[in-house]
Design a protein around this ligand. Sequence first.
Ligand code: ADP
Ligand code: MG
Length: 703
Amino acid sequence: MSNTDTTSINMAEIFGSNVFNDSVMRTVLPKAIYKSLRKTIEDGISLDAQVAEVVASAMKDWAIAKGATHFTHWFQPMTGVTAEKHDSFISPTPDGRVILEFSGKELIKGEPDASSFPSGGLRATFEARGYTAWDCTSPAFVKDGSLFIPTAFASYTGEALDKKTPLLRSMDAINRQAMRVLKLIGNTSTSRVVTTVGPEQEYFLIDQKLFEERKDLILTGRTLFGAKPPKGQDLEDHYFGQIKDRIAAYMTDLDIELWKLGVSAKTKHNEVAPAQHELAPIFTTTNIATDHNQLTMETMKKVALRHGLVCLLHEKPFAGVNGSGKHNNWSMGTDDGQNLLEPGKTPHDNTQFLLILSAVIRAVDVYADLLRVSAASPGNDHRLGANEAPPAIISIFLGDQLTDILEQIEKSGNALTSKSGGFLELGTASLPSLPKDSTDRNRTSPFAFTGNKFEFRMVGSSQSIAQCNFTLNTAVAEILCEIADRLEKASDIDAEISAIILEIIKNHKRVIFNGNGYSSEWVEEAARRGLPNITTTVDAIAAINAEKNKALMAKHGVLSYIEMESRTEIQYEIYTKTINIEGLTAVEIAKRQILPAVINYKADLASSIGAIESIDGDVSVEKELFSKVNISMKSLSANIAKLEKAIDTAANLHGDTKAQAEAYRDLVFKAMGEVRADADLLETIVDADYWPLPTYSDLLFKV
Ligand code: ADP
Ligand code: MG
């Protein structure tokens, strides 16, 4: 289906129709089995083999009825994308027929070869065994004829080789520590704390035919060449603009596919850059939100092709117009329905809120480097610090109301009032007066309080949100642990809570910044405050290997020292490989497409100069153009040679992954920029008919 007529869509029937969710389980599982499985999902009680057998069989019957012929363990290796390997349900019988089988063992455990996934030295290829383990907290689903079972992925020796394992461990950690604190401050109604996440996903859609003419987009996801078009995002006419029919049809299809998978796609709109859009789901628990975000990215790409479009998830597909990010909205919820970051009407006297808020503030300041690296990627290096995305400096926006409360506490030990928003009068009786929020928004802050949650706005559009969330969960767990340790020893709990909040305000107010994060003044101010400003991925990676951060992760059982060290290696390797591919692609396009096109143009220009000269002596215009083309062409050729040499030098730096990544950044990435500058200049002077690549105007406006 692909039309914009949504009148016939039965949303309630579609939603979750391909998901083995709670209501399906309740219908198809015997009562005792259902109860036992719920206990595993909710309390982590280990699953009985017999129960697994019954669940597997019910899952198989349900999946086959939905058209599935295969099952796959679905996992999230360190590549940042998901992996799957499909097995059919068939099992031969002695009489030459088949029966359809799916055992409890097959549900719970898989054994993919681990040697072909990034492991950062954790396993050599001769020790290739790896395991996937069923994550029953994220529901299984049917997609493309297979039953997908969300799983964690580990090595033979039990080290995590994926993004899900530390995320699940971090959810346990923050639950443990938050529960200690809540009990100590007298909360008797809560028995479990979960973190909740709603990621807003930005993306570009371009025409598939044009995409296929660009080797850079095909191989690297971004344009390595392209002069600035006459029109970019200057008129600010795209953000929230009317959605074109073709795009609307895509969005409708996308929503339906996501709803079937139980992804609660909610909001869709045009974004700032031409051809850029956004989708936001309704928030859910961190683990499911992470799985759903992976499904969202995959589905975005798949559905695009049905519409003759290609979805670009790269952080910076086009130079000179905004790139794409992912706003990770994060909060803490309880099983009795509280949002622990909900300030209420009078936050100044909401002790529980102020304590949790303080914990987040301290966590973000102390572990700023770890949060920074959780959003670091070669693609995101183009955004962070450019005037479109938050700076590379981690700071917190709290807004007027909370900042005022913290200032009151700092001055006098406690806060007596909460500023309220009042009403907005629009100056005519025909419009309603609107209740105003207690605080304005700030689009420039990397970590902004937005009413009852924090929005971590640094994450790149193509990244898995697992790392930023297990980092946040663990950092906050650690501070809650410190708080619980103190409260356990305190004789006067209320006095100790006040002391803790006051101390945190004093020690960490440096990380709070409500001003313009895009300004150069902030960069200077942040330096004065001693806040780290880590501008590149290669520099950010060191944080994973820092003793304080390894100790944090090990203490809470999220990642061991060895696992952290392997992840350091993996991040350097990913950087190196990405820039290597980009460099080689740039060479290929420049050498085999751009340079030949310029040579052809130059040759034709030369022969027309000869031809015209015999008729009309004045060929000054042609000669001037010839000379311009000639100069840039020579420079291009020299810079291609320089880039090739840079790639060679960097590629030969084996052995030291850090030094190699640095060389790719300092030599290769830089040389790519020089090649591009020549090529982009040539694009503006060479006859358009000769130019071998679709231009930015084509890509951004012919959708
Ligand atoms: P905006 O662009 O105005 O920030 P959106 O509606 O596009 O807002 O996205 C906000 C996101 O925050 C949604 O995914 C929403 O579900 C999510 N969200 C709302 N409340 C919470 C919460 N308590 N925890 C986590 N995410 C939340
Ligand atoms: Mg939004």
